[in-house]
Design a protein around this ligand. Structure first.
Ligand code: GLC
Length: 779
């Protein structure tokens, strides 16, 4: 291709914000979806953009209503909305976009088409940071990296430089001089973004697909950009409350008795836990949707027994099915032609856990329906959630004869075929969406099979849009200090890629963990949006009590901290589902123009109020902590520090440096064994004020865990305000919306002021709502 945008032919539809520039062999079309979202599509002549797996048609069909064409002449076209200005130079075929205040999002972008590759190139100014891009190792800022967008089972012991990982999300978040904007390259094909590696001053994105569709999110804040991006690709559905509790897994708990022993371990040790995961060995010979009769003879009884102890069961499902004519699921799939085919139309057979394997074709809705219906076997037994794995998709060397070489992470051949026979789709095109569509099949059918419960789906592979159906985890981490450190930027990056709830294998998956490493992983994991301990077969056991004292107690304390935070986590998960904001945020989220915090990725914010700086080094006796602007309360001793800046705090094995933003109200519950435990103590509104200040406001969300809680009104939104006027601090709490009764026996307030002040309760709080509590605060 490589054609011109023929300026003379450029057409502007007056009532539709769509401008099309036909070239010799290609067209470029600018469409304003909203006043802050612009879609740019480079398509071969006469062709429509390719089918998108990531974007739902109704999101794409939106059109901005407030825009003005400021200039449309021989030289340029300039369109302005309240949020952005688009300028296209007709002669050079370059375009620029600026935010409302004229700050450039990019200038002089070149878009080039060719039959094999479509290319976007834009200059990157000094100091510009690029975040996101899905699941990535290394620093949070991806400047200087060359990133492949291809879902991949990463090699064991991946490192800072590892390229493609399990979750490939072609969404880049740009931070330039305190302003944030986003670029979503909606290509499912293999693509590469060179973020200033080969040419330091340029970002180049090249896709091997036949067209290039890019969505520009105009920002200008992180909150805006994540909201805009998830208005295109969708948001995480409400998660069940138990998913916020601590989860325990291992490859594998191999029998019902072992699972019982693990459950008993938690309850005897008094360690909170909400779910136990069953890896491959619950199945009969790795056959999906079966139970091993010998090892799990009575799944219904087992799950019921666990449930009485407040424990749910989540089972793994892989997309590959065992080739076995006596296995009904395989037989049915063969009869219906539901599996991926070779290019000549014959069945594709590869290798995975069950030995010779075929793969369900999730590109087809009828296959999704069939697959989804299989889950009845698991749900009827009482399984609470589904963990989908190996869905990059990945083959595995199990049971393959020696002459067949299946290197780790090998996927399916690119020319294998998906789709109906009359509408074939190559694996090369569908690969990145395979995990997304498996997640869709699972989520949609859990919803249908059990409409009164919020589905829970944990996925390893993901791409843009996967957040609509599943939450991801980081895959097979190593039990190492390096991987502990990597967990922070990895999960921050995942969150900035529209997947707000994720976590790592606490304790590490490969290799043996050590007592100290397990403690540090548990302390970090307890503050991640999703917290699951998981380890590989044959490795050192790493349930929280595995190393005895003092480690057991320190792990218990870390996990209890998470349960105390549950009301805060519930509010954050609700916010994530409503708005697309990640639960875990980089420090620059609060201060995008503060140089001190810009490159800090060994700490994170949980919501806007908690700053978590877990200890990440072996044998540490101190921890340097970077603080964003504002005053920060050290929760261990109440000392208040002023940011921005760096401080060093002493640490012991039990220390987790956590700071609360002055001006925050953090709701805490008492620790509990699981999230269904009826609370015996009031909800405590920890109010942090560093100085006399006008009113601060916090919102707390709770609901009855029903999928329709919001529609049915079975939720509660509490508003808490606090002000410090003269020598009086007044805290007021009331229910603003919803008719869910308070689940706690009342509310109470704990006031935190700097140690130089003395606070004394002066009102007689009743504990019931509305609540008004006053304190006398003196130096
Ligand atoms: C993959 C998963 C891991 C799981 C194992 C066996 O390696 O990433 O979590 O335990 O397969 O199912």
């Amino acid at each position: 291709m490589g054609g011109d945008f023929l300026s003379k032919d450029a057409t502007a539809t007056v009532d539709e914000p769509v401008w099309r520039f036909p070239g010799q062999q290609e067209s470029i079309t600018f469409t304003l979806l909203a006043d802050n979202i612009l879609r740019i599509a480079l398509t071969p002549h006469g062709a429509l953009p390719h089918r998108s797996w990531a974007v739902e048609p109704q999101s794409d069909a939106r059109r901005a209503s407030t825009f003005a064409v400021e200039q449309d002449d021989e030289t340029s076209l300039v369109v302005r909305t309240p949020a952005l200005t688009l300028s296209i130079e007709r002669r050079t075929r370059m375009f620029s976009i600026a935010q409302a205040d004229e700050a450039p999002i990019f200038t002089q972008v070149q878009l080039r088409g060719a039959s094999e590759a479509q290319r976007w190139q834009m200059p990157l100014a000094d100091g510009v940071h690029i975040f996101g891009a899905g699941e990535r190792t290394g620093r949070l800022n991806k400047r200087g990296r060359r990133l492949t967008f291809w879902t991949k089972d990463a090699l064991p012991h991946f490192n800072e430089q590892t390229d493609a990982m399990y979750q490939s999300v072609p969404f880049l978040v740009q931070l330039a001089q305190g302003r944030v904007s986003g670029f979503f390259f909606d290509s499912n094909w293999c693509a590469i973004a060179d973020i200033g590696q080969q040419e330091p001053g340029f970002l180049t994105y090249v896709t091997s697909g036949p067209d290039l569709v890019v969505y520009i999110c105009a920002g200008p804040t992180f909150v805006d950009v994540l909201g805009q991006y998830t208005s295109i690709t969708g948001r995480m559905p409400p998660q069940p409350r138990w998913a916020l509790g601590y989860q325990q897994s291992r490859w594998s708990y191999t029998s019902a008795d072992e699972v019982r022993a693990i459950a008993a371990g938690f309850r005897q040790q008094g360690i909170p836990c909400d779910a136990i995961y069953l890896d491959l060995d619950y199945m009969e010979g790795f056959r999906d949707f079966t139970w091993s009769r010998e090892r799990f003879p009575d799944p219904v009884g087992l799950i019921q027994e666990l449930r009485e102890q407040g424990l749910r069961v989540v089972t793994i499902i892989d997309p590959g099915l065992k080739v076995d004519p006596d296995y009904p699921v395989y037989r049915e799939g063969i009869e219906q032609g539901y599996f991926i085919r070779n290019v000549d139309g014959t069945l594709f057979e590869g290798w995975a856990w069950p030995g010779k394997t075929v793969w369900a074709d999730f590109a087809r809705v009828d296959v999704q329906d069939w697959w989804g219906a299989q889950h009845r076997v698991l749900l009827d037994a009482g399984v609470a959630g589904i963990w989908i794995d190996m869905n990059e998709p990945t083959q595995a060397n199990m049971g393959a004869p020696p002459e067949i070489d299946i290197p780790h992470g090998m996927s399916l051949p690119l020319d294998t075929q998906h789709g109906r026979l009359d509408e074939p789709l190559s694996h090369g095109e569908f690969h990145n969406a395979y995990g997304l569509e498996m997640a869709r099949a699972t989520y949609v059918h859990l919803q249908q099979l059990r409409p009164d419960e919020r589905p829970f789906v944990l996925t390893r592979a993901a791409t843009a849009g996967s957040q609509r159906y599943a939450i991801p985890w980081n895959g097979d981490t190593t039990s190492s200090w390096d991987h502990l450190r990597l967990a922070i930027p990895m999960n921050l990056g995942v969150g900035l890629s529209g997947m707000p709830m994720s976590g790592c294998d606490v304790g590490g998956f490969w290799n043996d963990t050590t007592p100290e490493l397990l403690v540090r992983f548990t302390q970090l994991g307890a503050f991640l949006p999703f917290c699951r301990n998981h380890s590989a077969i044959g490795t050192q056991r790493q349930e929280p009590w595995s190393f005895g004292e003092p480690y057991t107690s320190i792990c218990r304390e870390a996990i209890e901290r998470r349960y105390r935070l549950l009301p805060y986590l519930v509010s954050l998960a609700h916010e994530a589902a409503k708005t697309g904001l990640p639960m875990m945020r980089p420090l620059c989220w609060l201060a995008p123009d503060e140089p001190t915090v810009l490159d800090c990725d060994d700490e994170f914010l949980l919501g806007n109020d908690l700053l978590v700086a877990p200890v990440l080094a072996e044998g540490a006796t101190e921890r340097q902590v970077t603080l964003p602007p504002g005053a920060w309360f050290d929760v261990t001793n109440g000392v208040v520090y002023d940011g921005p800046g760096k401080i060093t705090v002493p640490v012991q094995l039990e220390t987790v440096p956590v700071f609360v933003r002055a001006g925050a109200i953090v709701p805490l519950a008492s620790a509990a064994q699981h999230t269904d435990t009826p609370p015996l103590e009031p909800l405590t509104l920890h109010t942090y004020l560093a100085q006399p200040s006008p009113r601060i406001i916090a919102s707390i969300w709770d609901d009855d865990d029903h999928p329709q809680a919001e529609g049915r009104g079975t939720f509660a939104e509490y508003q808490v305000t606090a002000s410090w006027d003269g020598d009086t601090v007044t805290v007021h709490a009331e229910q603003r919306d919803g008719h869910l009764a308070l689940r706690y026996p009342g509310m109470r307030v704990t006031l935190h002021v700097p140690p130089s002040y003395h606070a004394e309760l002066i009102s007689e709080p009743m504990g019931s709502l509305p609540l008004m509590v006053s304190f006398l605060v003196r130096k």
